[in-house]
Design a protein around this ligand. Structure first.
Ligand code: 5GP
Ligand code: ZN
Length: 116
């Protein structure tokens, strides 16, 4: 109900989508913390890592396989994948999402001090 990422999935909310298939979608973060900062999400509304169940195993496996391809398509040789879990873990949007971060030019830039 009122989930912003579900609205992006349903195309009711604008987003810069870089990949989409029947199970997942990837789009640019509106407030990037790295030169490339994508959010990779299942289309299914799962609140957080804590709500992933056994029936989601294929979906989550699919997401990881595609996330690797998405990274490659965005010219990322190396990158970070970050997941905030729960309010106490810094999660602000309660629709499961993987932060895919990369594109740094130097080691110093690679630190992400602003990651919530
Ligand atoms: P969290 O803290 O929940 O792990 O991260 C949520 C992320 O979603 C934040 O980095 C925030 O910038 C991003 N975000 C929030 N609302 C929107 C939106 O409407 N569109 C896009 N593209 N990103 C959003
Ligand atoms: Zn949702």
């Amino acid at each position: 109900m009122g989930c912003i990422f579900c609205k992006i999935v349903e195309k009711e909310q604008k987003a810069d989508i870089v990949y989409e298939d029947d199970k997942i979608i990837a789009f640019k973060n509106i407030r990037p913390l790295a030169p490339v900062h994508l959010l990779v999400i299942p289309k299914k509304h799962i609140e957080s890592v804590k709500e992933i169940s056994g029936e989601d195993i294929d979906l989550i496996g699919h997401l990881w396989v595609k996330m690797k391809d998405i990274a490659k398509e965005n010219d990322l040789k190396g990158y970070k994948v970050a997941v905030n879990v729960g309010k106490e873990g810094g999660q602000e949007i309660f629709h499961l999402h993987y932060h895919l971060l990369g594109g740094w030019k130097s080691k110093k830039d690679r630190d992400i001090p602003n990651m919530p």
